[in-house]
Design a protein around this ligand. Structure first.
Ligand code: G3H
Length: 519
């Protein structure tokens, strides 16, 4: 690999509780990049982050509860214009950190350079769009209705205290797609980054402190088991917002003494299938399946994780796919290659285990370059023919292994998808209108997005992002996330109260009972 100057290690020792940036004196986690240093193949040391204890976690909870104050705190009762001003202030401070955040993002999780900057820019855009959507929501609520002798004003109000846990693969974007709408709607938040992708959030801690009132955003660093579990056990969390997997969310939900009070907003695991029909445009299908399966090394919940290809074209498809995959370059994230090292511990061994299991049960590795390249790099393996006895057929690999399953009858594919525990998206490849029409009608109720002749993806962010079965709870998009993090709440009065209501409106004393049009 070409040499790239490594960043100086950061000894990060701070965390934010109740508007105060504290300094941690206890244990620390060493942060290493999946990128290996030139010459000695040891992971580049990036610095350290605090391993806060449960006491710090509970202090953050106390601060968030106090700031919410049962919905009576300054933030949940603030006027929409005040919340917009705070969010705009945060955005301004965040933009100043673009280079720093994107560079850490690249080094910590080995996302290639342009994808790291894209993640930052997409998040900035998401915040801007959220502010506009929030204003629109306020405008729609700025009216008094009169029906059946009742005056009413209906708006959306906050839910309470949110525990927000993001994923390592989109440590900025996906986390902020939860955090920002939660804050915008007047909730208070305790936020802890995932196991990997932590340092990149440190340049933003001060921005949170400066832009939001004390206790509204509390930022913790450490292990989920130590911090999140005791917080949940208090029963004081109103919303669990998590992008990760259902085994973690189930454990956390089970800690809550009154799960009926807990709203869950979860983006979870997926096994998005592609179905390649005999009349597919082969070139297009191969390109889309390769990039859909392997962008960011397949570490995306929306990645194509199993390819069903009609037997009549399967050999030709696999040959073309193998060439397409072997032409991809694996390198240093700074050199912008599409494939990069893998941040998760033991990930290379996990990929090898999938390949070994499939090969023992009759599959072959179809491409030449497949396999381990270093302790953190694995060149993608195209496996064929894959069947339902293999682990890779059922499990979410979340990495660079591409299983191809030949099929004879579409019903086999449909029933396999119906039996699967996942239901996020799928891709269908065909040029024929009635084939596509049939597949769309049969797939829309199995998954939540059917992509025609293209790979799966979350964006653009105005589209609803959700899933069935074990793939999600709740819906996210710029518009839907504001709904997910809020509840409808209203004022009602009999017609006789008109003079009183009129005088409240005229006085401008209430933020809720107001017809002010937010410009
Ligand atoms: O990991 C799941 C992400 O939401 C995927 O988003 O489709 O934009 O890569 P993406």
């Amino acid at each position: 690999m070409k040499e790239f100057s490594t960043p100086a290690p950061v000894q990060w020792n701070r965390y934010l509780i109740d508007g105060v940036i504290h300094q941690w004196q206890g244990d620390f986690e060493q942060v290493h990049s999946p990128v290996l240093s030139d010459g000695d193949s040891t992971p580049v040391h990036l610095g350290q982050t605090p391993l806060l204890d449960s006491e710090a976690g509970l202090k953050a909870l106390e601060a968030a509860c106090n700031a919410y104050n049962n919905g009576r705190g300054a933030w949940p009762t603030a006027g929409a214009d005040q919340r917009v001003a705070a969010m705009e202030h945060f955005l301004e401070l965040m933009i100043e950190k673009r280079e720093e955040v994107s560079t850490y993002l690249m080094w910590e999780i080995a996302k290639n350079r342009s994808a790291a900057f894209k993640e930052f820019d997409r998040t900035v855009e998401y915040i801007r769009d959220t502010i506009e959507e929030f204003k629109e929501l306020q405008r729609r609520g700025s009216k008094i209705a009169s029906k059946d002798g009742i005056l009413s004003q209906v708006r959306r109000g906050p839910l309470g205290v949110v525990l927000c846990l993001g994923p390592y693969n989109y440590p900025l974007n996906e986390t902020f797609c939860l955090l920002i709408p939660a804050l915008m709607m007047g909730n208070t938040v305790i936020f802890k980054p995932a196991k990997y992708g932590v340092l990149l959030l440190t340049p933003l801690v001060e921005a949170f402190q400066k832009a939001f009132p004390p206790g509204v955003v509390n930022v913790l660093f450490g292990r989920g088991r130590t911090l999140a579990a005791p917080i949940m056990a208090t029963g004081r969390i109103d919303v669990l917002a998590l992008i990760g997997n259902s085994s973690s969310s189930n454990v956390l939900v089970a800690q809550h003494p009154k799960p009926n009070r807990l709203r869950q907003i979860l983006g979870l695991e997926a096994k998005n299938p592609a179905i390649v029909f005999p009349d597919a445009d082969m070139k297009q299908a191969v390109k889309q399946c390769a990039s859909g399966a392997l962008s960011y090394n397949g570490q995306r919940c929306t990645a194509l994780k199993i390819l069903y290809v009609h037997r009549s074209i399967a050999d030709a498809f696999v040959e073309a796919l193998s060439k397409e995959v072997d032409a991809m370059e694996l390198g240093h994230p700074a050199s912008d290659t599409p494939l990069t090292p893998l941040p998760e511990k033991n990930k290379v061994a996990d990929m090898e285990a999938y390949v070994e299991d499939a090969c023992q049960k009759g599959a072959q590795i179809m491409n030449k370059a497949a396999g381990r390249k270093s302790s953190t790099s694995f060149f993608p393996a195209v496996l064929y023919p894959v069947n339902d006895e293999m682990r890779i057929y059922h499990e979410e690999q979340f990495g660079p292994v591409v299983p191809v399953v030949p099929y004879d009858d579409l019903e086999e594919v449909m029933s396999s998808i119906a039996r699967s525990d996942y239901g996020q998206q799928c891709s269908i490849f065909s040029q024929d209108a009635s084939t596509v029409a049939y597949a769309v009608d049969n797939m829309v109720n199995q998954v939540c997005r059917v992509n025609i002749n293209s790979s799966c993806q979350r964006g653009p962010d105005h589209l609803p992002f959700t899933g069935r079965k074990d793939s999600a709870v709740g819906t996210l998009s710029v518009h839907d996330a504001l709904r997910s993090f809020s509840i409808r709440t209203l004022m009602a009065a009999e017609a006789g109260q008109k003079p009183l209501v009129r005088s409240i409106l005229a006085s401008g004393e209430s933020h809720f009972l107001s017809t002010d049009y937010l410009l």
